[in-house]
Design a protein around this ligand. Sequence first.
Ligand code: ZN
Ligand code: FE
Length: 254
Amino acid sequence: MLEVSIIKCLMDNYSYLIKDKETNLVGVVDPSEFKPVDVEISRTYKKLDFILNTHHHFDHIGGNTDLKKKYNSKIIASTYDEKRIPDIDIKKKDGDFFSIGKTNFKVVHIPGHTLGHICFFSKQSKVLFVGDTLFSLGCGRIFEGTFEQMFESLEKIKNLPKDTMIYCGHEYTDNNGKFCISIDKKNEKLKDRIKEVQIKRKRNQPTLPVSLGQELDTNIFLRCDDKKIKNNIKMKTSSELEIFTKLRNLKDKF
Ligand code: ZN
Ligand code: FE
């Protein structure tokens, strides 16, 4: 089994420290910066075997070089990002597997936010490290890919088991909730989630991880086939991709 701890970095980033309990192998997902990750490692496991990166943005790889130097870690990242993430040791493409001790991960290519973006899914541990593609109650901005690519990437995530716990790259849930409720005004499950999020944020607690099942009920970007959402934006007869495109554009201006 996998132990996951959350490390707050920069303004609103999360890096995730993971340990395979059987073998004590340790990794970090998306180390935004060296210092807070190093502090947490010094306090806990005192070693770092692997660094996992979901994509090339600096707020996800900023700690790579110094952590690798200090702990002699191996960097696991996307083959598609081999020219943009320095010193990758283990390159992975869509459908590849790797393991941290006894915990197996599948790599899924989910382009849209960036072209090389990947996520790490462990079926046995029921966890998904999703970077900046899916956020709780939102999704990533489309910087490099097309709307269609992002939509397809979210479809891949939607098809994973509902009890998968999702770990996102940023704490954006509170603000995302405001946009969701402006479109999906009568969704009771969304209202409950927003209340829960407000309580957590007041206590300065993370709103992550969140289950895929809960996101499917509350995140409008995963619910582009919902009749009420289509009605609310006056696009009754539009396709799911058209709804997604409209919602993403509205969110950019929100
Ligand atoms: Zn990013
Ligand atoms: Fe980011």
